[in-house]
Design a binder for this molecule. Structure first.
Ligand SMILES: Cc1cc2nc3c(=O)[nH]c(=O)nc-3n(C[C@H](O)[C@H](O)[C@H](O)COP(=O)(O)OP(=O)(O)OC[C@H]3O[C@@H](n4cnc5c(N)ncnc54)[C@H](O)[C@@H]3O)c2cc1C
Length: 418
């Protein structure tokens, strides 16, 4: 790769965000090297619930209702867990998250967010057309299950609002209809909302890997290397060290998911991030057709390549805390009341971190004080959904063109000034 050409880029991070932008740059004719310390799709983009969430038109706000907050404080809510000894480290980002979660601000953010979510499925399809990974993807939606009539009534009202506002398709299933759709369930509670437009992936890491293979087949490169070796070459561009030797390019993209702020501190940027941990474990049971979110216990149960995968909600803990059994243990107990879950496959749960920005929007754009240092991270709860769509947006900006979605709300300056 020649550093003097402007149409070359190093993309740091081979999760869904990294492969998304790398493929779009390559398809525009750029020389692209995707660099990660491990092969594509082995970190957060591997361990998630695998849902391409076109129904997620409003990002997750911080709970502000008294009852919701009381549930978190008392530990009654399994969907959110706080290790109180770790709270002080989270406070600065959480305060900003709280501010942005006020209904009037959240409504405005949702308008921006729904614009990119609306492009997500088509952006995946664009890549899928050129892979043989279509078999990993099912286009029949997923269900949210309710144990109480009160929760279900509230959910039906909200689903109808989402449908009317954004045109998102859904079906309201009572207990009988859910039993007919999922005969393996021993308990169908009060019913479910079936979000029919979402896609579900039976091996999320394998989909990222397939996109990485597509990059290779399209003439791009994938290399093992450490982002920490990134150096600016004054007047020339950027360099990283890889297992194949040094790589230089005119542009670099930071798509390191939850690790992005750490690298960017070296360049003088202090990005606040709400680091919401999540766990998963597989089980060798059977009896579920489509992924099911159990609203009362805040977890998703999904039939996947390695078995039934339970993914947990958000946990705020110490940065270096080991995986925790608390949320996954409660989720497991709850799932056992629904079906034959079987035995856990892994001795220890998988642990990942949702890279959430306090205003719920990813960071997409050029670093304020470094030319051709581009940022693509902070996709929060929906990075697996969004990587290809926001990757297209960033690649368009890197080519000096205007993206179809207004990039202003995503600009890095909103956190760093400058
Ligand atoms: C439990 C859970 C369930 C979720 N469910 C869903 C879902 O159903 N749908 C959805 O859309 N989203 C979901 N998400 C969110 C989604 O998984 C993330 O938003 C997304 O994977 C982030 O992608 P990324 O590419 O930004 O980060 P990652 O996938 O984490 O990629 C970052 C890459 O950077 C690399 N890296 C880090 N540091 C270095 C370094 N120093 N040098 C070299 N490489 C480095 C890592 O190895 C990694 O490959 C879920 C998340 C969790 C935790």
């Amino acid at each position: 790769m020649r550093a003097e050409t402007v149409s070359s880029a190093i993309v740091l991070g081979a999760g869904m965000a990294g492969v998304g932008v790398a493929l779009h740059l390559r398809q525009a004719g750029w020389d692209v090297v995707l660099v990660d310390r491990q092969p594509p799709g082995r970190a957060t983009s591997y361990g998630n619930a695998g849902i391409i969430q076109s129904e997620a038109v409003e990002p997750y706000a911080m709970p502000r209702g008294l009852d919701d907050m009381w549930g978190v404080v008392t530990g009654r809510t399994n969907g959110i867990r706080i290790d109180w000894s770790a709270l002080p480290a989270h406070v600065p980002a959480l305060l900003r998250y709280w501010w942005h979660s006020a209904p009037v601000r959240h409504r405005q953010i949702a308008r921006t967010w729904s614009g990119i979510i609306g492009q997500a499925a088509a952006a995946h399809q664009h890549f899928l057309n050129d892979t043989n990974a279509a078999g990993l993807v099912r286009k029949e939606g997923f269900r949210v299950f309710f144990r109480s009539a009160a929760a279900m009534d509230a959910a039906f009202t909200d689903a109808e609002r989402i449908h009317r506002t954004y045109g998102v398709p859904y079906a309201a299933l009572d207990s009988k209809a859910l039993a007919a759709a999922e005969p393996g369930l021993a308990n169908t509670g009060a019913g479910a909302v079936h979000w029919q437009g979402a896609w579900t992936v039976r091996d999320p890491g394998a989909l990222v890997e397939a996109y990485g293979d597509l990059l290779l087949r399209s003439g791009g490169s994938v290399a093992i290397g450490s982002a920490e070796t990134l150096k600016a070459l004054p007047g020339k561009g950027w360099r990283v060290e890889t297992a194949n030797g040094p790589v230089e390019a005119a542009h670099v993209v930071v798509a390191l998911g939850p690790w992005s702020p750490e690298l960017l501190r070296r360049f003088g940027y202090d990005f606040p991030m709400v680091r919401k941990r999540g766990h998963h474990r597989h089980y060798d049971g059977t009896g579920l057709d489509l992924p099911l979110m159990d609203e009362a216990f805040g977890y998703v149960l999904a039939p996947m390549a390695k078995g039934l995968r339970i993914t947990t909600g958000a946990e705020l803990s110490h940065a270096d805390a080991p995986p925790s059994e608390v949320q996954i243990g409660r989720a497991e107990d709850a799932a056992r009341t629904l079906l034959n879950l079987g035995k856990g496959v892994e001795p220890e749960p998988w642990l990942g971190v949702r890279p959430c920005m306090p205003d719920m929007l990813p960071v997409i754009g050029e670093a304020p004080r470094h030319k051709r240092l581009w940022l693509h991270f902070g996709h929060g709860h929906q990075g697996f959904t969004l990587g290809p769509a926001t990757g297209q947006m960033l690649a368009t900006m890197m080519r000096g063109e205007a993206p179809s979605v207004d990039p202003a709300p995503f600009r890095p300056e909103r956190w760093t000034g400058g």
